[in-house]
Design a protein around this ligand. Structure first.
Ligand SMILES: [Mg+2]
Length: 368
């Protein structure tokens, strides 16, 4: 399997209200701005990858077409003499060349898509087989006034979602008011999780957790700074609110530390944070061995990355909680046959590789 050509695209797809503008403790996101990777091999098969800009990882993102072109040439040079079946050696070479996890993840995803298509097998078969075919989603929402959050929760319940995530971390009183308003509006019809993106000190987090205990959260994601594991371990023992870690869980080594310190009730890995599908599988193996359940994180993903998430969740029994998504609030998922959310879930695509195809007209239309 030899490289024919490789293209990178940066897209800009503005999201729809009320999910966008998506307010978090870190800032505001207006929509999806992914990087799409297209890799073609000589017999005409094309593999697609998608990766997201990470707001907390060391920053890399091409700022112009010229920079994008330079990256394209650098990656082409690093993989053109290689059998593209050799995904792990290629990934190691890209890391050794100093390319960031975020970018490597996009290339690696396209290589998995190619490998599956070349073998006529869905990706989940290459990743260990199918534990589940229907993948439940968690509909995400940014920070909004409490009453507005409650109205959106009602909509999500009507649409069939069984899990909802609310961003938090700008103001503890507002977080509490929103959780309360959602519970009062929809009762226990939805699992509810909040995500503070590292905003609180351990003491602030504990104080908030104590007040949240009566409102039955599925978990509180990343209340404190990503490196505060021992501080979190102490606070975790002092509250009944389950603690989930996302920014703290980027790599397999992070996962190993979390398991050793017994510091999380759930972890949320992601391909663009960890460096790819194989990295998430390594994290999953450690979490599964340690008995720590997982949920897939998302980064304003379109259909290519969402499909990769479906294959990861299908092939890893430890993903016991619904996968985060905002794709229901984007005007397009970039696919020629859009993924369909039915009853808050998506069915695992059946075709080879990721099982999805990119629509070229939309790829052109949304280029940044
Ligand atoms: Mg998070």
């Amino acid at each position: 399997m030899q490289l024919h050509n490789l293209n990178l695209y940066i897209l800009n797809i503005p999201g729809k209200a009320p999910v966008y503008p998506y307010r978090a403790s870190l800032g505001e996101t207006l929509g999806a701005r992914p990087l799409i990777v297209e890799i073609a091999i000589s017999d005409g098969i094309i593999g697609w990858g998608e990766t997201a800009r990470s707001s907390t990882a060391p920053s890399f993102w091409p700022k112009s077409r010229t920079e994008l072109q330079a990256l394209q040439e650098q990656i082409t040079g690093l993989i053109e003499q290689t059998d593209l079946h050799d995904i792990e050696p290629i990934t190691n070479r890209l890391w050794a060349a100093g390319l960031p996890h975020t970018l490597v993840a996009g290339v690696e995803m396209a290589l998995w898509d190619l490998k599956g298509k070349a073998a006529s097998l869905p990706l989940c078969h290459l990743l260990g087989g199918v534990h589940r075919r229907t993948i439940p989603l968690c509909a995400c929402l940014g920070i909004l006034p409490a009453e507005d959050s409650a109205r959106v929760a009602e909509k999500y319940v009507e649409q069939g979602f069984t899990t909802m995530k609310l961003k938090a971390g700008r103001n503890a009183e507002q977080d509490l008011a929103s959780v309360k308003a959602i519970r009062q509006a929809v009762g226990s019809a939805i699992e509810l999780r909040i995500d503070a993106n590292q905003a609180y000190s351990p003491l602030e987090a504990l104080r908030l957790c104590r007040k949240l205990e009566e409102w039955d959260l599925q978990y509180f994601e990343q209340p404190c700074r990503q490196d505060m594991l021992s501080e979190l371990a102490r606070k975790r023992l002092a509250t009944r609110v389950p603690i989930a870690l996302n920014e703290s869980c980027r790599t397999p080594l992070d996962m190993l530390r979390i398991a050793r310190m017994d510091v999380a009730d759930c972890v949320l890995p992601d391909t663009h944070l960890s460096g790819g599908i194989a990295q998430v599988k390594r994290i999953a193996a450690i979490a599964e061995a340690a008995g720590i359940p997982m949920a897939m994180h998302c980064g304003h993903d379109l259909g290519v990355k969402t499909a990769a998430v479906l294959h990861l969740v299908a092939s890893s029994p430890g993903f016991r909680f619904a996968s985060d998504t905002t794709v229901h609030s984007l005007p397009s998922d970039l696919l020629s046959e859009p993924l369909r959310i039915v009853g808050g879930s998506i069915e695992l695509p059946a075709g080879p590789g990721l099982g999805v195809e990119v629509d070229r007209a939309q790829l052109e239309r949304y280029q940044a």
